[in-house]
Design a protein around this ligand. Sequence first.
Ligand code: C2E
Ligand code: MG
Ligand code: MG
Length: 706
Amino acid sequence: MRLPFRLGLRGELLLMLVATMAVVVVLFAALWLHEKRSNQDARELSATALREMSREGLLTRGQTLSSQLAEAATNPLYYLDLAKLGELARAALRQPDVVYVVIHDADGQVVHDGSGDIPAFGQPMSDAMAYEALAASGVHAQWSEKLLDVASPIRIGDERIGGVRVGLSRDGATRREIEMLVPLGDRLQAASNEHLAWILALLAALGIIALGAMWLLQRRVVQPIQGLAEAAVRIEQGRYADVRVQSDRQDEIGELVRTFSRMSDSVARHDRDIRRMAYTDSLTGLSNRLAFREALDERLMTLQATSGELALLFVDLDDFKRVNDTLGHEAGDEVLGQLSMRIRLAVERLGGVGAEIARFGGDEFIVLFMAEDIRTSSGQLAESIIEEVQRPLVLRGRQVFLGASVGITLFPFDASAAGPLLKNADIAMYQAKVAGKGCYRFYSKAMDQAVERRVQLEEELRGAWDRGELSVHYQPIYRLADRRLMGAEALCRWQHPVLGVVPPSVFIEVAEKSGLIEALGRNVLVQACRDAAEWSQPGQEPPFVSVNISPRQLRTGDLPDVVASALASTGVLPRQLHVELTETAVLGDEVQASALLSRLRATGVKVWLDDFGTGFSGLSHLRRVPVDGVKIDRSFVADVLRDPDDLALTSAIIAMAHSLGITVVAEGIEAEGQYEVLRERGCDQGQGFWLGRPMPAAEILRSFQE
Ligand code: C2E
Ligand code: MG
Ligand code: MG
């Protein structure tokens, strides 16, 4: 049964107690009623017995008196001795209770009644009992309400000469009866009262015992359970600090309370752990995105009230992917750990009171910073963070150089809500990347347009090939030893109807991110093969064309098929085609890439590693990846004349590659000096503005025909 209201354990106990007490009271009441009835019965029985007794006594007395009088009056009646009869009658009248005496003759006429002048003498008895008295042959008693009339005949021999009648009042007997009954009733009443008192005392004792039991239950059971229930509510609300339950009792309740307390501790511990896990980045120990969002919202709310200012700095590591790809994820994690410490130090050094640092995922960090003159000080902080990140890192005994790009947005100048502020910081960071990385940018409204342009660029790039806006240019590649033209690198160009020539550094990334690169790469490959098919001159080794392949193209896995169909459709020989892959593309998934490259090389196509030296792979990787050539990145070539380290490295790459039977190509030769140095060191081939700029297909065709 369900009650419409909540009774509670205490209520239930109380109800049970009241019910039990009610049953006990009813039982006692029944007992007492029964007792009262038997008392009444006893009283009635004794009254009846007493009445019988006194009636018997009166009758016996009446009979005795009547018969004695009849005896004594026999002779005086016979002789009509009135004096004697009077004497006898008066003597009888003096007896207790006797109210009248009548001596009569055989006809029923009064002879004497004990009075002096006997007024009724000779008169017949006319009372109601006279007839029976006269008719009785022996002693005869008659009862009326007030009287007992005992008549005795007076005989001489067989002859009846008269009789006597003695009237006795019943009042005396009744009085005595009452006199005897009253103390009896009193005693019975006293006994009954005593019983009642006992019953009441028993009831009271039971009541007290029940109340005591109730109090005990309340204290020993209900209260602890209530305490636990309240504690459970606090646990439910997450107020673990307010949960204080303990007991040193040795019974089940004590055990329950202790178990509950242990359980509460463990729930609180788990809750703390979960909270920590939910709010911190496990790798760096910094806050995570969720925690940062909450902190930012909170901070903005107080700042809106106090009209304060703050800066959000979005820090993105430059080329961090290379670390992961080339040194492995463990090294990447270590780098993130070390750099997060440095960022924290930089923030602390600038005294950012109430600053918050969070890792936003991957290689992104975000800093909430508050200071006087927020624009200047946040610029200083960004500079100091960039400096910190640029200091070389030591990873397993190896030095690693990284950089960071920082975007800054200011509250309340750029936006007032968390979402737009974060977006602004991201946009500003992206602009820092576009501006060449390793620098910081403040957000400005104009940046929004730049981002929009980027989205627009992607839209426009989508149909650019079909509209004929994209073309392939070729940069000649020479053998350094005799400066003979060996082949050319295919480089994509976009002739935008409005923007003019858009360089690959801008649109290749857009194509890569949007996935357009797969189709674009295929088109460039086919176009390059088609053009290269015309370069061959009779009697000469046919020139090669080298085509850049993006990491994404490599990942799709169908590169060997795409290459095979391009070769088949254009008639270019496999050894005429070189594919250029960057280190990071190859090392991202070394096993799959190696398998693909082996398949390609098996068909005769050559594989070159582009921009070699910018990754962290080092020379040792060359042993594991099946390549035919490496292209030394132009950043090394640019400094070979000035920086002895770069020259040493370039020389080492050349020597190492040669020892593995790999061709070495130098990129970005811009001066004759560079050309000479590289030739001296034994570099096989080279390209660069000094040797020849990228040119349209028709132009390079002429170069081959010369
Ligand atoms: P990359 O493969 O390293 O190509 C060489 C880049 O260096 C070309 O830039 C070229 O114009 C430039 N270069 C050549 N000699 C010199 C020099 O002496 N000095 C300087 N400063 N630069 C020189 P470009 O054409 O702007 O291409 C940039 C990058 O875009 C390429 O670098 C390549 O990674 C990518 N790319 C170009 N076309 C394609 C393509 O069709 N597919 C793919 N996936 N990537 C492409
Ligand atoms: Mg290239
Ligand atoms: Mg290159």
